[in-house]
Design a protein around this ligand. Structure first.
Ligand code: ATP
Ligand code: MG
Ligand code: MG
Length: 353
């Protein structure tokens, strides 16, 4: 059988590895972390840093194709694997564009996908003028590395500029205008090696303390809004030459206007309900794409909700599990505040529309 390498060893890699095993592949994990969650469901795991050229070359030699579950894999690491003769999918463009919020939003706008207005911030002194241009209220976000709302600070007044700059660690940033959205949705799209694209019904996403807490389908939005979001995400995947799953997040304004927020060049938490509620789920689809297989049907069969188990909520007592709760635990050794430990998907009803 063929071997699929996964860069990163977290829960996304774990669920990807399970899907790959189901399809008959052997999976190898590459992770800087010791004993990563994905390693325990894979055929093997190599523990090494992202800049370890020898380890990356050795990993490439053991794999037929390499993919990733972590979007901050350095582009240079992917290039080492490519030089060793193995493809890294989704591809360097998807990685490099998504790793920097300034590049990302510029790319989205250049491809006809509007975002919140934003300004480049290189020093605290850049904030007051940018804030005035953006209407007096905005979010300062580091260009690189932020997730789950980390590396962000709200700014409501020029007097808060220094504190906000300190809070994000004084790193190169963007200031984004505050968006008064009606709700947030995301679109998961998959693109195959031959350029075929599929997408899933967009979930409505709710956050708590900057962390996704619940995704629900159907979103409750008009079909026209959902179709437009799906078309935009498919257009993005094509513009990037992306192979595999990609998630594009949107703010939905009260009039239905869509503003893209960010994309992840990988499977995504807001798509965790897809294996239970759709004909083909995101993990299987991703593996089909990177393996060069035709894509599966993404039709949605159930109304569903996905609830994240964060921190102590991940220490679920199995005795309290509802008979319709489909539980996935990530096998993390300890619960920490804000740490994603697992999720529950509930099929609410067979789809009617
Ligand atoms: P993720 O965990 O999704 O990768 P992240 O840390 O990369 O998150 P964003 O997705 O940019 O950060 O922002 C997190 C959340 O903060 C958004 O889903 C939204 O709820 C809120 N938010 C971000 N930017 C804005 C904005 N410009 N206006 C209003 N709310 C915002
Ligand atoms: Mg993000
Ligand atoms: Mg986000």
């Amino acid at each position: 059988g063929a071997t699929i390498g996964i860069l990163g060893g977290g829960q996304l890699g774990r669920m990807m590895a399970s899907a790959a095993a189901q399809l008959g592949f052997d999976v190898l994990i590459y992770s800087p972390e010791d004993d990563p969650p994905a390693g325990r469901v894979a055929a093997g795991a190599l523990q090494a840093d992202w800049d370890d050229a020898d380890a990356l070359t050795e990993f490439a030699a053991a794999c037929d194709v390499v993919t990733l579950e972590f979007e901050n894999v350095p582009v240079a690491s992917a290039e080492i694997i490519e030089r060793a003769g193995k493809r890294v999918l989704p591809g360097a463009k998807s990685l490099s564009v998504s790793q920097d919020r300034l590049t990302e939003k510029t790319f989205l706008n250049a491809h006809g996908i509007p975002t919140a207005p934003f300004r480049q911030i290189d020093a605290a002194g850049d904030i007051p003028a940018a804030l005035a241009e953006l209407g007096g209220k905005g979010v300062l976000k580091t260009r690189r590395e932020g997730y789950d709302g980390k590396g962000q600070a709200w700014v409501h007044d020029a007097a808060e500029a220094d504190a906000a700059w300190q809070k994000i660690g004084g790193a190169p940033a963007i200031l984004e205008g505050a968006i008064a959205f009606q709700c947030e949705i995301s679109v998961l799209v998959a693109r195959s090696l031959t350029g075929e694209t599929t997408s899933w019904a967009p979930p409505r996403n709710e956050h708590e303390n900057g962390i996704l807490s619940r995704s629900t389908v159907p979103s409750g939005l008009a079909r026209s809004v959902e179709d437009e979001a799906r078309a935009k995400a498919m257009h993005l995947a094509e513009a990037l030459g992306h192979v595999g799953v990609l998630a594009l997040e949107f703010f939905v304004l009260p009039d239905g206007t869509l503003l893209a927020n960010e994309f992840a060049p990988r499977v995504h938490n807001s798509g965790h309900w897809t294996p239970e509620a759709c004909q083909t789920g995101q993990f299987e689809q991703h593996i089909r794409a990177v393996a060069g297989w035709p894509l599966g049907d993404t039709r949605r069969l159930f109304d569903a909700e996905m609830l994240n188990l964060i921190g102590d909520a991940g220490l679920v007592d199995p005795q309290t599990l509802g008979k319709n709760d489909i539980l996935t635990l990530y096998g993390k050794r300890e619960a920490r505040p804000g740490r994603k430990m697992g999720h529950i998907t509930r099929r609410l009803a067979p789809r009617k529309d």
